[in-house]
Design a protein. Structure first.
Length: 353
């Protein structure tokens, strides 16, 4: 199992801290550094900045929002980043959610599976440098009733194929991910609840005539190094409450639905009720410790090493950690602890990436 680091969103006053994390992960031999976007910083600019100041580590979007860019623009950006980074770019994509898609990008959040399938088709076609022609239900290139031409990407990516990852939560989206992607970007991944999720991925792989060999399973996992596990969990509560309670509407919150499928339905409903009522502190307090512990790396190094074994046994191939700590020094130290724990668990790849 390899290690990655997820920087989250840029522009929250911690920009230089995040760059320091990326550089430290590069020094430690981490495989990949991910950056996110919502309705603030865009991931492409961040990844170009990070790639320019690192040497070996891959840079990946976790994720580029599908409603934010045409598939051709995504292909252009991916090819450019791959060229600038010397072949170190990984393309992670996600549909976002209805509030961001329709409220920020002005794109209807409808038929997300069909749109994702066609979007990935077009991105791959464009990156292959064939003349772009596609007639689908959601995308038609060139448009059939105008002067559009069949154009060809002029940039040459370093690699013949740039790996494509999908962020997926629900069973149908997981199956689609297995069928059309090279990897899965997971969130709130708990080893003890992973079998059903990976079964959906595997079903999609079988539809494509493939198995899980070579498929990258990449959860982002909070890490807090502390002797007291319950105190460590306190640093993750606000993050968990934001996603379970506030990411999406009452009727359509994919993270809340995931918590329900994991057996935390009553708690998830309570967290959402409090969060939407703007009782954020109470919402954080209502997140069960068991949920946080199941989806995080908490405690001293030896406990983190044991938890890493559980992630590897559950099928994780790249474990992307997100350090939670009050200071940059502690966040940097957490990256070192994770690297040491991976070796202590006997999981480190002797050949690196």
């Amino acid at each position: 199992m390899k290690l990655g680091v997820n920087l989250g969103y840029w522009g929250a006053g911690n920009d230089q801290d995040n760059l320091a994390l990326a550089r430290e992960a590069d020094r430690l031999g981490y495989a990949v550094c991910w950056a996110a976007e919502a309705y603030g910083s865009d991931a492409a600019t961040v990844l170009a900045w990070v790639a320019a100041q690192t040497q070996r580590i891959d840079v990946g979007s976790a994720v580029f929002q599908i409603p934010a860019r045409t598939p051709a623009t995504t292909a252009m950006t991916a090819a450019t980043l791959d060229s600038l980074s010397g072949g170190r770019f990984r393309l992670g994509l996600g549909v976002s959610g209805p509030q961001v898609s329709e409220g920020w990008h002005g794109v209807r959040f409808e038929k997300p599976l069909g749109r994702t399938r066609e979007y990935v088709d077009i991105v791959r076609l464009a990156l292959s440098r064939q003349r772009l022609e596609y007639q689908g239900k959601h995308f038609q290139l060139p448009l059939p009733d105008g002067p559009g031409k069949k154009l060809q990407l002029t940039v040459h990516p370093v690699r013949a194929e740039i790996p494509i990852y999908l962020a997926a939560i629900g069973p149908k989206n997981l199956e689609l991910t297995g069928r059309i992607a090279d990897g899965w970007l997971a969130v709130f991944f708990a080893p003890q609840f992973a079998a059903d999720l990976l079964a959906s991925i595997e079903a999609g792989r079988k539809q494509a005539g493939k198995d899980l060999a070579g498929f990258d399973v990449v959860p982002t996992v909070p890490i807090v190094v502390h002797d007291d596990v319950e105190q460590a969990a306190e640093l993750v509560r606000w993050y968990a409450a934001l996603y379970i309670g506030g990411m999406g509407s009452r009727e359509q919150n994919f993270y809340n639905q995931l918590a329900c499928r994991m057996g935390f339905a009553d708690a998830a409903a309570r967290v959402q009720e409090l969060y939407l009522a703007k009782e954020h502190r109470n919402a954080a307090a209502a997140v069960p410790f068991e949920f946080i512990d199941a989806t995080s790396l908490l405690g001293p190094a030896d406990r983190i090493a044991e938890r890493m074994k559980a992630y590897a046994e559950a099928g994780v191939t790249t474990l992307s950690v997100s350090p939670f700590a009050a200071s940059l020094d502690d966040r940097l130290a957490a990256l070192g602890t994770a690297s040491e724990a991976l070796r202590a668990a006997g999981l480190a790849d002797p050949e690196g990436k």
